[in-house]
Each structure stands twice: as C-alpha cells, then as structure tokens.
Design a protein around this ligand. Structure first.
Ligand SMILES: *[C@@H]1O[C@H](CO)[C@@H](O)[C@H](O)[C@H]1NC(C)=O
Ligand SMILES: *[C@@H]1O[C@H](CO)[C@@H](O)[C@H](O)[C@H]1NC(C)=O
Ligand SMILES: *[C@@H]1O[C@H](CO)[C@@H](O)[C@H](O)[C@H]1NC(C)=O
Ligand SMILES: *[C@@H]1O[C@H](CO)[C@@H](O)[C@H](O)[C@H]1NC(C)=O
Length: 500
C-alpha cells in the first residue's frame, strides 16, 4: 500500500477524510451457491469478470449471509443486524405485503448519506413495497432506484419469455398476483417487466450513475442486488446461448457482463483506484429447481436450510492497488459490510445494537477477523427455539436441523422438506475445516477436547441470545392484494388491468 493511501485510510479511520472518500460498489447475487462460480470450482460457468476480480482481489472461503432466504438476508446486509432484530421474518415479503424494512432501521445508504455520498440501487430490493411504495429504497437512503422491488417469480411468469424468444420459461411462478413491475424511484415505469431488456437497463443506469457521480465530484455507493441467478432464469440477446451451462449459466453470464461494464466504467472515469468493489450472494442455491437451481459445491444442502449450503456464500473484495490478491479463510459475513464501509467513509455507526465487525484488517492486511462466531437462524425463527446452529472458530454445532422445500431433489435425505424439525441434544458438532460437508459429527464420548468446544459454543450462544430482542415481525403483518404495485391504480379488473 502506498504511503498516501495509507495516510488517507488512517485519516478516514479518525473521521477526517478529505474530499476523496472511497466509492463503494456492492454486488449481490440471488440464490447463487458456493459452487456456482468458476473461481469456486464450477467447471462450466462462464464468469470472466468475476474471475478477474477474484484473481486480482481477495476471495473469501468462509463468508456467510445471515439467512437462507432473500428478505431477511438483505435486511441484515443493509443494516449490519441480524434480521430478527429488525423483524424481517418469517420468510420473505410478497407483492402485497403490508410490512417492510422498518423506516427507523439505518441502512448502509443512510450511513453514507451523512458523508455526502450519492447513492443508488438497481435490481431486486425485496424489503417491502407497502402502501404507496412507502418501503421503497428511496425511503431508506437511496437517491435513485431502478428495479423490480421483489423476486421476479412473484408474478405470473409462465408468459415470461426467455431466449430463444419462442421458449417459455421453466415452471409458472405465482399466478393470481400482478405481473412484475419495473420501478424507477417511486414510480412504476413498466408492467410487466421486459426481461429481455432489463439487464441492459440496469447496466446503463449503473454506468450513468458512476459517470455522473464522478462528474459531480461526489463519492458514491452503488448497490446492485441482481435478480440473477434466481429462478426463472432469463437472459437478453447479449448472453443467451453463450454459456456452456444452459439457462442458469446464461443468466450468470448476463450478471457478469454487467459487472464487466461497471468495472470498465470505473476505469474510464478514473474512479477505479478509489473504489472498493464487494461481491456476495444472498443465500444458497434453490436445489429444487434441479439443473436450474445452482450448486452449493461440496457444502451440504442449499436454500432454506441452516446447513452450510444454505448460508455460506462466494464473496470477493476488490480494490485496485489497495487490496492484495489472495484467498482468505477468515470468518466474515454480510453483517460486516456496513461497519467496514462506514469506517472507510469516516461515518459514525448507527446508535443501535450492531452484529457486524470492521473487516479492514482482513481486506488490507490479509489479517485476522474480529468475528469469532456466526449465528444460524432458520427461515422462521422464534424465541422458543432460538438459534438452530452456531459456528465458533472452525467448529459448528447444530442444536436443531430441518430440511426445506427449496432444497428438495438432492440425494441427501437431510435436505428436502420431508426432513422434519429435529432437536439435537447433545448437538451435532462438526469441524468445518476438516469436514466442510458436515458429514461426520465429532464424537463427544471420551473426547474432552470436543466437550470443551461444545461448552464454549453453548456459552457464546447463551450470551448472544441474551442480547437478542426480536423486533415485531413485519412479514406476519400479512398481505393486502390492494397493495400490489399497479401502474394503473384505479383500473379494474385487477390484477390483469395493471398493464402499461
Ligand atoms: C423502530 O421502531 C419500533 C416501534 O416503535 C421499535 O420497536 C424499534 O425498536 C425501533 N427500531 C430502531 C432500530 O430504533
Ligand atoms: C399468457 O399467455 C396466454 C396465452 O397466450 C394469455 O391468455 C394470458 O393472458 C397471458 N398471461 C399474462 C399474464 O400475460
Ligand atoms: C490507478 O493506479 C495505477 C497504478 O496502480 C495507475 O497506473 C493509474 O494511472 C491509476 N489510475 C487513475 C485513474 O488514477
Ligand atoms: C418455533 O419455531 C419452530 C421451528 O421453526 C416451530 O416448529 C415452532 O412451532 C415455533 N414455535 C412457536 C411458538 O412459534
């Protein structure tokens, strides 16, 4: 690291950043598993841009999201707090959901706004829409938004055309609700979304945002939660048919192309040396979609479960000239992104109970993580059951296990929904370094060392749970079909008349 850069980072740490605060580009894939990228061992994925970031940046092997489904995982990413605190459980928001991420939660965008950042998001929000769009990103610190505010299968997608255009998408999603809208800031711009041109719209939006921010000499934060590679996969003409891996591979390639466009814009505008780019995924692969479901590689099960395949994710940090290339085995999480970016921007942390740790030692020194443990809540957490599993150092103990419909179709009988809730007393304990696939529980009998680890884990669990105040569930507030986004609000009959 050159001296000026180091001095600058030190100044930042003490809240005295100069005009050139670092920029942040946060890339977040959807249902992309630990084994889905070429740089994580997938043989037929085509992701030249992500592979380049991994080769020239820092690749994580032990990086976690906080939940094996979308909305809670996204809430934790943006707030640096477990989703139980903000009330984003059980499961996810729907188009007509009454609730959303509470407006008094502080997001990364709000933290950075205090430091004069320009902020934008493109893609999948999935933290609520609500009456008159009251939970949209523009209410949570983002200056601009372009995207579908929830999962793109939350609509009648049996007519969603993929390439070649005469082939209808696989499956049929959610009939009976409005077709998926594309929202620009607070307004519906298009309904139904034209998926074949959506990625180009994102790419243009993102590159223009970077160009304008640089022109205005404003530090910027671009958050790109992609719809890719969530089911049903789609790809425009630029990516369709180009990968070896079929529709899943094409969707992934389309995401990768956009990342390439953002990177070349950073280079062309001269922002590249002052920008931290961070890539991760919200949760594990949706194995029930079979060859279109993604891969957790050697990890056990996938989406919906608290096994490693549900929550351990690919992650890459890249900062030209600042982050040295390499691989880290340190424990880190989406929870750690808010404190890290806040520190680099010279912002104070929100005055709430945070669950994240500053990652700068890992990023800039290939040093040790401040994080010792990772907590695993199921999709439907509650106070009675509490945590399903805890990882402390390299050991993970499962107090409860449960399969999930999202992880169906695998030969492993612990993964599908038919594997019902099981309490483990004593807990199942694994050494994740020796046994990353969670196949061989360590014996406790005649093993005082393992017994000691288990006691430590139980203490960490009890201490953590003593701090956990469950926020009121925003998902259990339910749904109202009248709240489904409609570009023609007074039309009838709904939902079919919501077509513009
Ligand atoms: C937000 O408001 C709710 C309801 O008043 C409260 O229970 C919660 O603690 C607040 N959250 C934060 C982060 O301040
Ligand atoms: C889907 O296509 C069928 C037949 O082409 C049509 O009747 C139906 O209205 C379409 N649905 C939507 C939501 O566009
Ligand atoms: C970025 O840093 C490299 C050296 O690592 C330098 O060659 C290049 O000119 C810098 N780019 C800008 C836009 O400052
Ligand atoms: C708590 O969660 C468990 C596991 O998901 C569930 O079986 C149980 O019914 C829940 N209990 C309550 C009181 O909600």
């Amino acid at each position: 690291m050159d001296f000026r850069r180091l001095a600058y980072l030190i100044l930042c740490t003490f809240g005295a950043c100069s005009a050139s605060k670092p920029n942040f580009v946060l890339l977040f894939a959807d249902d992309l598993g630990f084994g889905d990228l070429g740089c994580y061992g997938h043989p037929s994925s085509l992701t030249p841009n992500l592979d380049r970031l991994a080769a020239a940046g820092l690749r994580f092997t032990d990086f976690y999201s906080t939940c094996p489904v979308c909305s809670p995982s996204r809430a934790a990413l943006l707030t640096g707090r477990y989703q139980t605190r903000s009330g984003i459980y059980p499961g996810v928001f729907y188009p007509g959901s009454i609730g959303g991420l509470p407006l008094n939660e502080t997001t990364i965008a709000e933290v950075l706004k205090t430091q004069g950042y320009a902020t934008a998001i493109m893609g999948k929000w999935h933290l609520g829409y609500g009456a008159k769009g009251k939970f949209l990103p523009t209410k949570q610190g983002f200056d601009e938004y372009l995207g579908i505010p929830y999962s793109h299968d939350m609509g009648p997608c049996h007519n969603l055309t993929c390439f070649p255009p005469d082939i209808k998408c696989f499956g049929y999603c959610d009939p009976g609700v409005v077709t998926v809208p594309v929202v620009h800031n607070d307004n519906i711009k298009q309904q139904p979304a034209n998926f074949l041109e959506l990625e180009k719209a994102y790419s243009d939006f993102g590159t223009n945002f970077i160009i304008n921010s640089v022109k205005n000499k404003q530090p910027f934060f671009l958050y790109y939660p992609s719809h890719h590679t969530h089911y049903p996969q789609y790809a425009g003409s630029g990516a369709a048919g180009r990968s070896l891996r079929g529709p899943f591979g094409d969707a992934l390639l389309e995401l990768d192309d956009t990342i390439g466009n953002l990177m070349s814009t950073l280079a062309q505008t001269g922002a590249i040396n002052n920008t931290l780019v961070f890539f991760a995924s919200d949760n594990g692969p949706e194995l029930m979609r079979m060859s279109r479901g993604g891969s957790s590689g050697l990890l056990k099960c996938g989406k919906g479960t608290t096994y490693e395949g549900g929550m351990r994710e690919p992650a890459i940090a890249y900062w030209h000239g600042i982050i040295k290339p390499g691989v880290t085995h340190e424990l880190a999480s989406t929870l750690d992104i808010l404190p890290t970016m806040a520190g680099l921007a010279g912002a104070t942390l929100p005055p709430v109970m945070l669950d994240g740790f500053d990652m700068t030692d890992i990023l800039f020194k290939h040093g040790k993580s401040k994080r010792e443990a990772m907590m695993y809540y199921p999709i439907s957490p509650n106070k009675t059951y509490g945590l399903f599993a805890v990882r402390l150092g390299t050991y993970k103990a499962h107090f409860y296990t449960e399969g999930a419909i999202h992880s169906a179709t695998t030969p492993d009988q612990d993964c599908p929904g038919s594997a019902s809730l099981k309490a483990h007393d004593p807990p199942l304990i694994f050494d994740l370094e020796a046994d990353p696939s969670e196949r061989y529980p360590l014996p406790l009998k005649d093993r005082p060392d393992v017994q000691a680890v288990l006691e430590q884990i139980k203490n960490v669990k009890a201490q953590f749970e003593a701090t956990m105040v469950f926020g009121e569930s925003q998902v259990l507030k339910g749904s109202d079909p009248n709240l489904e986004p409609c570009c023609n609000p007074d039309c009838s009959p709904k939902p079919t008349c919501c077509h513009c």
